[in-house]
Write a protein that binds this ligand. Structure first.
Ligand code: BES
Ligand code: ZN
Ligand code: ZN
Length: 501
């Protein structure tokens, strides 16, 4: 999909369809204030048609509602797409992305090839351009890569938006580019997460990272098994030993050309278990196919790095992505095994399905050895976080209040919903082993917190944030603005926090 800006008013934009956002407050011809601002002089015939839609309750302006008018009088565009913005007083940047996404998915289904979309509401004009681009590009993503044309969804067959025109002046071009870089990076992450376990192994993920290195100025290094052995990463290697697929750690480095503003160095650590069977502590077969997305944390780090290569923040960023496959088998790790992590701490592996924390333990140690001062890890770590927060918010754990505040502020701007979780010392009481320094699981209670408490012991003393994205990495049901499938969370927040630093 190509994108462009136009300085023309809505009436003069040539396109198959132009989307305008209308609010819930009933549209009245004389109440010109209620119109989207650029439509100051709406054609009388079109405006009375819109009034009728409101009258007949065919359209009420509720968030994500859609209606359309063919051959709207006074417009060069073939169709006028009305998108609900909700109550104008409650309009937000999140709603703006969603409105753009809803318009795009609706128009695509109807065979529109050139879609134009106009800003609305009181947000900053530059922000609006970026948000519309983000919302539309994110909505354009589809998951059916392995469907041959014969079996494509009927409502989608052959449909493709070729051109997206956003109404806004040339002065906002950098915001358009920024929106594009962010959304395309998030889609890159979603493509990786969508790949099945047979086609995306740790080695294939590494190859994709190497390709990213060729395409950008990012430096990519892949630590292979013998290197991980030299580094004495016993926790990671223990998880990998049950699979015929060799483990890797993917390291991606971004170095700013400008002089950094501080001595901070960001470390993005992402869990990339390309398939999690549970190992010998095997998972029930129902729903196990979903465990292909157990590499979503690592894929998010790669996506964020791709965007940073374009957006060039002032701070150095190193991504460390441990990738393994967790399989049962003759060589697999047993419950009760004791492994020695890179940090020197010994771990009793009571449950081989709590593998994410084992590979992250060594990755967190390595990231600090590489000079990272401010760590963010993202992992589909526990079912327990899904019990706590459902599919609405990412759980945020931290050992550093001010770093957590900075991070949560970035998540607000990026429009990715998160929620702070506790990490009191008392939770550590669950992590006692009679035989080793610590076990890899606690009790049934507060499972996402004890998992975070386990990680903390490898993250200290760096400033650290842990994101448990198990409930958020996969969208369970189609939304009007996003298809069911990988979400690409928390790519936007990672980019934002780097740009803010
Ligand atoms: N990858 C899973 C967690 C998960 C669950 C991700 C649901 C996405 C959706 C993780 O490796 C795991 O199996 N965790 C166990 C830990 C337990 C054994 C302490 C869990 O949450 O059940
Ligand atoms: Zn597991
Ligand atoms: Zn897992």
């Amino acid at each position: 999909m190509k994108t462009q800006l136009t300085a023309f008013p809505p009436e003069q934009v040539e396109a198959d369809a132009i989307a305008l956002i209308f609010f819930e407050e009933k549209f009245e011809e004389e109440e010109k204030d209620e119109l989207p601002r650029p439509v100051a002089a709406l054609d009388a015939e079109t405006s009375s048609l819109i009034g009728e839609l409101y009258e007949n309750k065919e359209f009420s302006g509720k968030a994500l509602e859609m209606a359309w008018i063919h051959r709207p009088a006074g417009f060069l565009a073939q169709r006028l797409l009305l998108v609900g913005g909700g109550k104008s007083a409650e309009f937000s940047s999140a709603k703006m992305r969603q409105a753009a996404g809803t318009a795009l998915r609706f128009a695509k289904k109807k065979g529109v090839r050139h879609l134009a979309i106009a800003p609305a509401g009181d947000l900053d004009p530059g922000d609006q351009v970026q948000l519309l681009a983000e919302g539309a590009i994110l909505a354009d993503y589809e998951t059916d890569v392995y469907k041959t044309s014969a079996s494509k969804r009927e409502d989608q067959a052959g449909s493709k938006i070729e051109q997206l025109t956003i109404l806004g002046g040339r002065e906002h071009n950098s915001r358009l580019e920024r929106g594009k870089a962010i959304a395309e990076a998030q889609n890159f992450t979603r493509e990786l997460v969508n790949e099945p376990g047979n086609l995306l192994t740790p080695s294939v993920l590494a190859a994709r990272a190497i390709q990213l290195g060729y395409d950008t100025e990012l430096e990519v290094e892949v630590l292979r098994k013998s290197h991980l052995e030299d580094l004495k990463m016993g926790a990671l290697l223990g998880v990998a030993q049950g699979s015929v697929e060799p483990p890797v750690i993917i390291v991606v480095r971004y170095r700013p050309k400008r002089r950094p503003r501080s001595d901070e160095h960001l470390g993005f650590v992402g869990k990339a278990v390309t398939f999690d069977t549970g190992g010998i502590s095997i998972k029930p077969s129902e729903g196990m196919e979903k465990m292909k997305y157990d590499m979503a944390g690592g894929a998010a780090m790669l996506g964020a790095m791709k965007a940073l290569a374009e957006l060039k923040p002032a701070i150095p960023v190193t991504a460390v992505i441990p990738s393994v496959e967790n399989m049962p088998g003759a060589a697999a790790q047993r419950p009760g095994d004791v492994v020695t992590s890179m940090s020197g701490k010994t771990i009793e592996v009571l449950n081989t399905d709590a593998e994410g924390r084992l590979i992250l333990a060594d990755a967190l140690t390595y990231a600090q050895q590489q000079g990272c001062t401010h760590l963010v890890d993202a992992a589909t770590l526990t079912g327990s976080i899904v019990v706590a927060l459902g599919h609405e918010r990412v759980g945020v754990f931290s050992n550093n209040g001010s770093w957590q505040e900075r991070f949560l502020a970035a998540s607000e701007v990026a429009g990715e919903k998160m929620w702070p979780m506790p990490l009191d010392e008392e939770y550590k009481d669950q992590l006692k082993s009679p035989i080793a320094d610590l076990p890899n699981i606690g009790t049934r209670w507060g499972g996402s917190i004890t998992a975070a408490m386990f990680l903390k012991q490898f993250a200290d003393p760096a400033a650290w944030i842990h994101l448990d994205i198990a409930g958020m990495a996969w969208i369970e049901k189609d939304k009007p603005y996003l298809p069911e499938g990988p979400s690409g969370i928390p790519v936007r927040t990672l980019i934002q926090v780097a740009m803010d630093s």
